[in-house]
Design a protein around this ligand. Structure first.
Ligand code: TRP
Length: 429
């Protein structure tokens, strides 16, 4: 993988029929993001995650088909991105196990989704673990494996997933600490510009609230749903508030600035709710209609979709399989006929100091030197490019501490001798 590209990765759980909220919140922004230069994009159907909340096989199969078709119909180019189904990547559950073994149970006890269920049970006076499967408990580990298997830098998700990203970082760090620097620490990316779409009743559009607008449903159904958006009782001619109007917010998610301004004015001038709804229906239809044909064609040709997903899995596994091979070796799942490593020798190799290069939220590129135990020895200043940072690292390796200059500084409490010794160890390792 090209080290200068920023890798984005996100998944959608395959438990339902994609609705307008999924489109605005996940499908459309990921398709747009996939076209940005300098990025590499991994998008997948999280069907292992689906098993955690759904025990209807036909529904999972259908949902996988529909969400895949939806992503492609919205313009995702499977040649250009990594587009795959989670369950086609056996490296994911294998890595899940590796991570399971370095993750404290206490960390998982704190996960919101699990805790919410326990709180609910406690409130109801039933067993705290009632209806809690081990799958629900392990959800964050599976998600961490999804992400760090591909060393993603950025993970576009909703706010509710931020804790899962923190946990993924924790798991990646634990593994790195024990077995060497294998994983990049991923970051959540919350896009403020991506609206959380309100549903028919004004709450967040969500299947669990039964307040959704279908995405590729029959036009008549979509129209009916739009006409059932809850509004207040103001009559035609009475000025209306855009503040708190679900109808207005949904319109805004599709309209450009000029169109939004025009509706704002129409509200002030007392547009009839039925006219506003018709406007909304037409605006949404204008964006969705051109995708409908492709969507229908894909959904009606599952074999074609299957082929696309299989090809995507093959492409993703070209990365995942060799990487997992290295991880297996790192943890000690090794071919017995391989050069037997004396326990001490294996340790000695893992016990070298190392340079780590990374990029911070400020967009600049950094490196640090850590000792075998992961303690910080040197911290660099920010570089404009990874190449610049890499050159500074190369000079430190070649010339030792003399090359420090302004490129990096000793960490607090670290002596020059310690840093010099670490560099020497690296040079001889
Ligand atoms: N948990 C995510 C959700 O429900 C879906 C998901 C699974 C995911 N694995 C992921 C998202 C990895 C981002 C990265 O929305």
């Amino acid at each position: 993988m090209n080290a200068t590209l920023t890798r984005y990765l996100t998944g959608i759980t395959t438990t339902g029929t994609p609705h307008l909220g999924n489109y605005v919140g996940a499908i459309r922004p990921t398709v747009q993001a996939s076209r940005r230069p300098g990025t590499q994009n991994f998008y997948f159907l999280a069907d292992y995650h689906a098993l955690i909340k759904c025990d209807e096989p036909a529904r999972i199969q259908r949902s996988t088909l529909e969400i895949a078709a939806c992503w492609l119909a919205a313009g995702l180019d499977p040649e250009h991105v990594y587009f795959y189904r989670q369950s086609d990547i056996p490296e994911i559950p294998e890595l899940t196990w590796f991570l399971t073994c370095v993750t404290g149970k206490g960390l998982l006890n704190r996960a919101h989704a699990y805790k919410a269920q326990v709180d609910k049970n406690n409130a109801a006076g039933v067993d705290p673990d009632a209806d809690v499967t081990a799958g629900l408990f392990m959800y964050p580990v599976l998600m961490a494996a999804d992400i760090i298997l591909f060393n993603a830098h950025k993970v576009p998700v909703g706010r509710d997933q931020v804790q899962h990203l923190e946990m993924a970082r924790d798991m990646a760090s634990s593994f790195n600490h024990l077995y060497g620097e294998h994983f990049t620490l991923p970051e959540a990316q919350i896009d403020e510009a991506v609206a959380t779409l309100p549903g028919l009743d004004g709450r967040k559009m969500s299947k669990s609230y039964d307040n959704v607008i279908a995405l590729f449903g029959p036009r008549e159904q979509v129209r009916r749903q739009i006409f059932s958006i809850v509004t207040d009782s103001r009559a035609p001619g009475e000025p209306k508030e855009v503040e708190g109007s679900a109808l207005f917010q949904i319109y805004q998610a599709f309209a450009d600035a000029g169109e939004t301004q025009a509706l704002r004015k129409a509200y002030a001038q007392g547009i009839a709710w039925s006219d506003a709804k018709q406007l909304l229906f037409e605006r949404i239809d204008r964006e969705i209609a051109p995708m409908r044909e492709r969507y229908d064609a894909l959904v009606n040709n599952p074999a074609e979709l299957e082929k696309i997903l299989k090809a995507g899995a093959e492409k993703a596994r070209a990365i995942a399989t060799p990487f997992l091979g290295r991880l297996r070796h790192a943890v000690g799942l090794r071919n017995l006929a391989d050069q037997p490593q004396a326990a001490g020798k294996g340790k000695a190799k893992a016990a070298l100091p190392s340079f780590k290069q990374y990029r911070e939220a400020d967009g600049r590129h950094y490196f640090k030197l850590v000792d075998a135990g992961g303690a910080l020895l040197l911290q660099s200043s920010g570089f404009a490019s990874p190449q610049d940072a890499g050159r500074a690292v190369a000079r430190l390796k070649q010339e030792g501490l003399a090359a420090l200059g302004g490129a990096a500084a000793l960490a607090e409490g670290v002596s020059e001798d310690q840093a010099r010794a670490a560099l020497a160890q690296l040079a001889s390792g």
